[in-house]
Write a protein that binds this ligand. Structure first.
Ligand code: PTJ
Length: 261
């Protein structure tokens, strides 16, 4: 990995970018993943590169959904695998939730590589998450025509709650139509995914998983009725409105600091 000085003002952002580039070189990330990451970087920049209160609230509700689910699952694509492998594996083991390698682009060539990569990281952590590969026990999401309809029969197909970081809009809509609760992590509050999901966390993926791990112990101590109350009182439309306001306010603040208003 290229050397990035820790003192660089955008150190974390550059580190994540390097992870994605390295992921392409390993054959884990699709070339299209570079474009998706660039779009994410732009939105993160506009959001001021921090976790806003609306994102923390959505993260709590996402955890409440995962804790009360019968069959939760975490979908993993190429970008997700390289951006936060250790954190994802820790979360999967902590919550006893399977990971499902589920890719869109160039699936046949990449899925085993993504699985191997996650297994290698798990081994280095001495952890044994359950990692499914969608095509090994195929089931299909009705109404979808693209390869995105392929899911694991014991994973996403059976799940009542699905965490889908960096997801495509069509599939989010189709999963919701199947009656599943969908948790999206997407830095673009205007995307179709963000609007279709049950809960959208508008924050950077690796930061979200880190936040989940730190919030989890306090939620675990709550009675189930409090978790259901959090879920019941949540409004995703409100989250998206607050995210759009945060972008607007941050832009105005930055512009005024630069004397550009
Ligand atoms: O590995 P594959 O083949 O399954 O493909 C994965 C990608 C991500 C390439 C694929 O799902 C894709 O094309 O995604 P989209 O439709 O470009 O959507 C990606 C969304 O994720 C965009 O709205 C980005 O703003 C957002 N995004 C990108 N990086 C991050 C992010 N959101 C949160 N954290 C990020 N690090």
């Amino acid at each position: 990995m290229r050397d990035i000085p820790k003192s660089h003002p955008r150190y974390k952002s550059l580190l994540l970018r390097e992870r994605v580039v390295e992921g392409v070189e390993r054959g884990v990330v699709a070339l299209q993943g570079l474009i998706a990451h660039g779009r994410g970087e732009a939105f993160y920049y506009l959001l001021g590169e921090r976790s806003h209160p609306f994102a923390i609230r959505a993260t709590e509700v996402a955890l409440a959904l995962m804790l009360t689910a019968k069959h939760p699952v975490i979908s993993v694509n190429g970008n997700t695998a390289v951006l936060a492998p250790e954190l994802l594996i820790r979360l999967a083991v902590e919550m006893d939730i399977p990971l499902e390698v589920n890719l869109f682009y160039d699936r046949e060539r990449r899925e085993r590589k993504v699985w191997n990569y996650l297994m290698q990281v798990s081994k280095s952590l001495n952890l044994e998450p359950r990692i499914l590969i969608a095509s090994e026990s195929p089931a299909f999401i009705p109404e979808l025509e693209s390869w995105r309809r392929l899911v694991h029969s014991e994973g996403i197909y059976k799940a009542d709650v699905v965490l889908v970081p960096l997801e495509d809009g069509d599939r989010t809509e189709a999963l919701v139509k199947m009656g599943k609760k969908v948790i999206a992590i997407d830095l673009n509050p205007l995307s179709r995914t963000a609007r279709a999901a049950t809960v959208t966390i508008v924050d950077e993926l690796s930061q979200v998983i880190k936040n989940m791990l730190s919030i989890l112990p306090s939620l675990r101590n709550l009675p189930e009725s409090s978790l259901y109350e959090k879920i019941r009182s949540y409004s995703n439309a409100q989250t998206l409105r607050e995210a759009i306001s945060a972008i607007r306010e941050n832009l105005e603040l930055e512009a005024s600091k630069l004397g550009l208003t």
